[in-house]
Design a protein around this ligand. Structure first.
Ligand code: ADE
Ligand code: ZN
Length: 330
């Protein structure tokens, strides 16, 4: 399949660290990893659930120390994403996960933002940064990170909410989201990945989010589906991630097709592509084959990714025009 032009709306930069990169960063920073080689690390990419993945994801971040490390990680993702057809990327970053390791916020933000700022020229990918708050840390910690990032003045699109979901409802972060809204930032949150439909309601009604990340458990609540359809709330679905983290048994059982048929505003994204077996193209090819999606479905997914993005109207129009041309070759 030729890669459709798409926007990637659900991508954790730290989840793009391929095993080879983890080893080269470890060597650069003189860090001893608890794995003999890349094959041993890859052999650990078998997850029972979200938490078992997060344990490895946070552990491997120990290799990121300097602004150059963060810039290299970001550039490597953008180069690979461009090959996957990504033309606009809104990427998550978890600053708290680096601050608790003693890495200065300046190093993190400078490295990531320098790579993002040259991405359109270098890779043809327009970008935006979403600073994600770790929901299994305190609301006070999230507020302080938000204030510090704002004080630094690093360009950012908005804030998100990620990490372990069950037991950490969106309601915990009402004040953080109110502050971000007052600052004119966009608002998104992970909800309904492992957590119940109530968390999606809370993200919408208490946090005022504009997009829901994952959201697959919305199907358990008819009233919620109606609300999401009526308000055309974008849901950034990540099929290979859901299979890898055992929310879904296999790709052919994935609810994406049902979500499309119900008129939900779904897009396909890669979440943590280094860990879950592929980038956006792999996710799109996977669901096309496993769920027997037709060319109209693929075009809808591509268009939804663009209309659900926070790109400006001119960029959206440009990308929608590119999609219209590309769908004729499907
Ligand atoms: N952080 C990185 N990937 C995540 C995911 N799939 N869910 C929640 N937090 C995450
Ligand atoms: Zn995610």
């Amino acid at each position: 399949m030729t890669s459709l032009p798409v926007a990637e709306l659900h991508l954790h930069l730290e989840g793009t660290l391929e095993p080879e990169t983890i080893f080269s960063l470890a060597e650069r920073n003189k860090i001893t990893l608890p794995y003999a080689d890349v094959d041993e690390l890859r052999s650990r990419f078998e997850f029972a659930d979200l938490q078992s993945f997060l344990d490895l994801y946070y552990a491997n971040m120990s290799t990121l120390r300097t602004a150059a490390d963060f810039a290299d990680m970001t550039n490597a993702y953008l180069a690979r994403a461009a090959l996957a057809g990504v033309r606009h990327a809104e990427v998550f970053l978890d600053p708290q996960a680096h601050l608790v390791r003693g890495v200065a916020l300046e190093e993190v933000m400078e490295g990531v933002s320098s790579a993002l700022s040259t991405s359109l020229e270098s890779h043809g990918v327009s970008t935006g940064l979403i600073v994600s708050m770790l929901r299994d840390h305190s609301a006070a910690s999230a507020m302080s990170v938000l204030e510090d990032v704002l004080a630094l003045g690093t360009p950012m699109l908005g804030i998100g909410l990620d990490s372990a979901e069950v037991g950490y409802p969106p309601s915990k972060f009402v004040d953080v989201y109110a502050k971000a809204r007052a600052e004119g930032l966009h608002l998104v949150a992970h909800a309904g990945e492992e957590g119940p439909p109530e968390y999606i309601w809370e993200a919408l009604d208490l946090l005022g989010v504009e997009r829901i990340d994952h959201g697959i458990r919305c199907l358990e609540d008819e009233a919620l589906v109606k609300r999401l359809v009526e308000d055309r709330v974008p849901l950034t679905v990540c099929p290979l991630s859901n299979v890898s983290l055992k929310s879904v048994d296999q790709l052919s059982d994935h609810p994406l097709r049902t979500m499309l048929r119900k008129g939900l505003n779904v897009s396909v994204n890669s979440d943590d592509p280094a860990y879950f077996g592929g980038y956006v193209d792999d996710n799109l090819n996977g669901v096309r084959d496993a769920l027997d999606l037709n060319a109209d479905d693929l075009a809808t997914l591509a268009r939804n990714s663009v209309t659900g993005s926070f790109a400006n109207d001119a960029r959206k129009a440009e990308l929608l025009a590119e999609i219209s041309v590309a769908v004729q070759t499907l």
